[in-house]
Design a protein around this ligand. Structure first.
Ligand code: HEC
Length: 120
């Protein structure tokens, strides 16, 4: 019984591929490109900031980082060495490449609108 499986799987895959090619080609590529666009909407720098920094830096624990045009190198130095209450993040946590993008994202991001300003 088991040795029939590869043949059945092969047939199923082939049938699916054919169906996709014949009838779903347009729809399939539309789905793919929509998913890719949603994934690309957030840059690596933004994703890292939201995952690693936001819970202190937008919670009143650490100072505002956005909208100050701080140079990317400044973020790199503070992130690698830490600053008093702020922990250092080593290369194994945030890679050099990610840190570069994070610094670029923060140094070019506009100041955020405080929650108190929008809730009125
Ligand atoms: C556990 C909380 C915490 C996390 C997480 C954190 N920080 Fe901080 N950060 C702080 C605190 C607190 C300070 C202020 C330290 C001080 O001046 O005593 C600070 C200061 C800074 C400063 C200096 C700002 C200034 O005006 O001097 C930078 C730059 C910075 N953090 C970047 C980051 C980045 C980028 C991340 C994410 C990778 C991050 N921090 C994650 C708590 C945190």
């Amino acid at each position: 019984m088991a040795y029939h499986r590869p043949a059945i799987q092969g047939f199923t895959c082939h049938a699916l591929r054919t169906a996709r090619l014949l009838t779903l080609a347009g729809l399939g590529s539309l789905c793919l490109s929509t998913g890719a666009a949603a994934e690309q909407a957030k840059t690596l720098g933004q994703k890292t900031y939201e995952k690693t920094c936001i819970y202190c830096h937008e919670a009143g624990i650490g100072p505002e980082l956005k909208g100050r045009q701080l140079p990317p190198e400044f973020f790199a130095i503070i992130v690698r060495s830490g600053l008093r209450a702020m922990p250092a993040f080593p290369q194994t946590h945030i890679s050099d490449a990610t840190l570069k993008e994070l610094g670029q994202y923060l140094s070019t991001s506009p100041a955020r609108v405080p929650a108190s300003a929008t809730s009125k």
